[in-house]
Design a protein around this ligand. Structure first.
Ligand code: SF4
Length: 328
């Protein structure tokens, strides 16, 4: 469980607010939907984990926020998308770059594809600093060195002059964490930041995020791994086939899941009770957006499916949780 806890924000505006987001990709078959009517909020001090299998639209959702979807293939629209009251939907040009670098930090799954192979590590971090501050080159280099220390880089002075290919995957991801956090952003988006790493390095990177993301910033963490959710989340949103099917504070979610997909995801997580036993797997796979079933999109894989599930399931809301299912 995260040591970051939400600010007492019941009367405050949410840090991030998204209402009815749709994301699609133009393909030879026409517009393929990836995100279909998603609404969510991230409060200051909160770690919201969006969890679901690959192909559920999590990354498309996350990358639409800082406008990092591939252009012109991707298209997105929403009734509202705002960060601390700033309209993100219609931002472009310099104001967009300012918000993206200073107020939103992004950490990607594959650091090697995000770091330029042609520039030394110190130059890349310095460049991120110079873009959004009045620092001199020498001040930026000092700050880059400082951040390499903060992210626990062994021998930071040597790494400052290293090329990306000289670093391990874990070290590269530490550089990405430094570059994302160097301006103390209000919102950090981490898209599967540990998926490409071994287990030991994974927990080091998660610990870094817990320690270095400002206490009053929001962390939006995308993962397919319920173990990461258990370790990090203050709130959970479960995504399936382009929609959010359940949201709940982490403590409520891990005590009881209301949506059959959430229960199935959690059942596949190893625990003391399942040691030595074969873990259940969810039958079938996430349907292609070209082939989303009518009604409940999970119904072809759901052990509790019933005749009415061919109709779109209602959205239930109770206390701080919501879920979308014909079961109440
Ligand atoms: S609506 Fe029906 S098919 Fe969908 S998750 Fe609920 S019970 Fe299962």
């Amino acid at each position: 469980m995260s040591d970051r806890s939400p600010a007492s924000s019941s009367q405050m505006e949410p840090l991030l607010e998204i209402d009815d987001l749709h994301v699609g990709f133009r393909t030879a078959e026409g517009l393929v939907r990836a995100v279909d009517g998603v609404s969510l909020r991230v409060e200051r001090g909160e770690t919201l984990c969006i969890v679901g299998e690959s192909g559920c639209g999590k990354s498309a959702l996350a990358m639409s926020i800082p406008h990092l979807l591939p252009h012109p293939a991707a298209t997105f629209d929403a009734k509202r998308m705002s960060l601390d009251g700033i309209d993100l939907l219609h931002l472009q040009g310099r104001p967009l770059r300012e918000v993206r670098g200073k107020r939103i930090g992004v950490i990607f799954q594959e650091p090697m594809t995000s770091l330029s192979p042609l520039h030394r590590i110190g130059d890349q971090i310095s460049e991120a600093i110079l873009l959004h501050s009045g620092a001199t080159r020498s001040q930026a280099r000092d700050k880059a060195l400082d951040w390499l220390g903060k992210v626990g880089m062994p021998d930071p002075r040597r790494v400052l002059d290293a090329w990306p290919h000289e670093l391990s995957g874990g070290m590269q991801q530490r550089v990405m964490v430094a570059m994302a956090l160097v301006h103390d952003p209000d919102l950090v988006i981490a898209d599967e930041p540990t998926t490409a790493l071994d287990v030991a390095t994974q927990s080091q990177i998660l610990a870094l995020l817990r320690r270095l993301v400002k206490r009053d910033s929001g962390l939006l963490l995308i993962t397919h791994d319920m173990g990461v959710v258990r370790e990090m989340a203050t709130r959970v949103a479960v995504m399936y086939a382009g929609q959010i099917v359940e949201t709940a504070p982490a403590s409520l979610f891990f005590a009881e899941q209301r949506h059959p997909y959430s229960r199935a995801l959690l059942a596949s997580l190893p625990s003391a009770a399942t040691r030595g036993k074969r873990l259940p797997v969810i039958p079938g796979s996430v349907p292609s957006p070209l082939d989303w079933p009518t009604g409940c999109r999970f119904r072809n894989r759901c052990a509790q499916a019933r005749p009415e599930c061919v109709e779109p399931p209602p959205l239930h809301a109770e206390a701080e949780r919501t879920w979308r299912c014909h079961q109440h």
